[in-house]
Design a protein around this ligand. Structure first.
Ligand code: CTP
Ligand code: CA
Length: 227
């Protein structure tokens, strides 16, 4: 007879994860994007699913396969990402790993043409902050909200301030200075900063290993009930 499998630690939990870049249209044929590959966010979604969570992954355009056992919602713009996240609530866990464009363009309805009048001026407006919005106190707020902070310098100091500003419980600060090759690469060096004041450095690990450690930390958090 078959041995019964041990229950997985995040079974019964719903995790919402954002990943990848957003694309912000300039006109019907052009857009502004960024260099996020989605590797870290997709790996987090896969690791949470491996621990038994039901995972909704809201992702901007990436060249990655859907992680196994994860519900993927494909979006392009920051506004679509926010709407898809809200639609996926309630969730116990929210991990904001996407590189959301800070600004969108007031997009033209038709293709902009070289009409002899010189280059167009792009009018930008600020995008909604998905992490801050889902972190805000509300009956729908996920019990554990985790942001990422991409920094090139003064990483820990900026990340501490960012965690407070966003209202999230933990922030995973990653060093994206060009020498690290983090953007698009397979490795990451991160600092995990928690509301309880604990800080840990996880240095020079595969993004998949960062994801496994984060999923383990999340599962421990729910087991011990501490923030
Ligand atoms: N984020 C978000 N929505 C935005 C911008 C950022 O959800 N419109 C999330 C990211 O997914 C990440 C965290 O906020 O989890 C921090 O993103 P980051 O770009 O480092 O922070 P910003 O507040 O945009 O500050 P800046 O880019 O100026 O450093
Ligand atoms: Ca930003």
């Amino acid at each position: 007879f078959a041995a019964r499998e041990a229950p997985k630690p995040l079974a019964s939990r719903h995790a919402l994860v954002t990943s990848g870049p957003t694309y912000e249209p300039i006109d019907p044929v052009r857009y502004i994007a960024n260099r996020s590959s989605g590797k870290q966010g997709h790996a987090v979604a896969a690791s949470l699913a491996a621990l038994g969570a039901r995972v909704t992954l809201v992702s901007g355009p990436v060249r990655l396969p859907d992680p196994p056992g994860v519900d993927v919602v494909a979006v392009e713009t920051a506004a679509e990402m926010l709407a898809a996240c809200r639609a996926a609530l309630p969730a116990d866990i929210f991990v904001a790993a996407a590189a959301v464009a800070d600004w969108r363009v007031e997009a033209a309805g038709q293709k902009l043409k070289k009409d002899g009048g010189g280059p167009p001026t792009l009018a930008l407006s600020e995008n909604p902050d998905i992490l801050a919005s889902l972190s805000a106190p509300s009956p729908d707020r996920p019990a554990l909200v985790i942001g990422f902070a991409a920094e090139t310098n003064d990483i820990v100091a900026y990340a501490r301030a960012k965690r407070l500003r966003k209202g999230c419980d933990w922030i995973v600060a990653n060093d994206v200075s060009p020498a690290t090759g983090t953007f698009g690469g397979d490795r990451n060096s991160v600092y995990v900063i928690r509301a309880d004041g604990t800080e840990e450095a996880w240095e020079n690990l595969a993004k998949t290993e960062v994801a496994r450690r984060l999923a383990d930390a999340i599962s421990n958090h729910f087991e011990t009930g501490k923030k």
